[in-house]
Design a protein around this ligand. Sequence first.
Ligand SMILES: [Zn+2]
Length: 248
Amino acid sequence: MSADITIISYSAEEITKRRAQVGKGLLDISATIDSPDFSTISVADLEILLNLYDQIFMKGWVKQNLPGRLQFSISRQMTKTAGKTICKRKATSRDMIMEVRISLPILANYGRIEGLDQVGGIKSASRLEALQLIFEHELVHVLEYSAYGSSSCKRQRFQTMAGNLFGHTNNYHQLSTDHEIARRGLGLAPGVRVAFNYENDILEGTIYNIRKRAAVMVLDKNGSYQDQQGRCYSKYLVPLQLLQPLQG
Ligand SMILES: [Zn+2]
């Protein structure tokens, strides 16, 4: 009988030590990753990471108990999400197939905005460490799918496992994204005056908020939004790269 993966727990100190061991192991074995500031990564690196995490954190649980197949991929399309675990075929059955996808753009952008370096509530010191933290999060999804047949990082069960095994204190990343780099580079923020093309017209307005796109309020006597002075506005949702900031 192997260890029960759902109850393995380490102290913060142990986690830091073991994480460094995994990082060093990857640097030693990998054919592509040659420094903590690596510029490229391959699927083979993710397979090496899995083996290292299995030996160093999970007491060989994955090797002995993982049902079905686990695949890895590297995504060029994921620009906002750092990692993703997809359960392609029925969880916990012998022929289940899971895929862990890691974002290349997120890794490539690492360090481009100062202070954006956290994953799972843990500060990373390098691109390699950020990769590990992202990988750890996805690994908990894999373990949860394997043990229970379902997984959600919004739920308590996931958060307890991620906390016990890896010391994660939340379920999101704060890393540089294309979106955030564009926003900061262009000086876009709520309150900033902007111009944009709309159906062959150039409209001017003020950014109200920024989500995926910016909400821009444009003066319009027929608009359905009204400010405290009684002026009416229409709201436009505009992709960030189409906004021109205006002076003053
Ligand atoms: Zn998640």
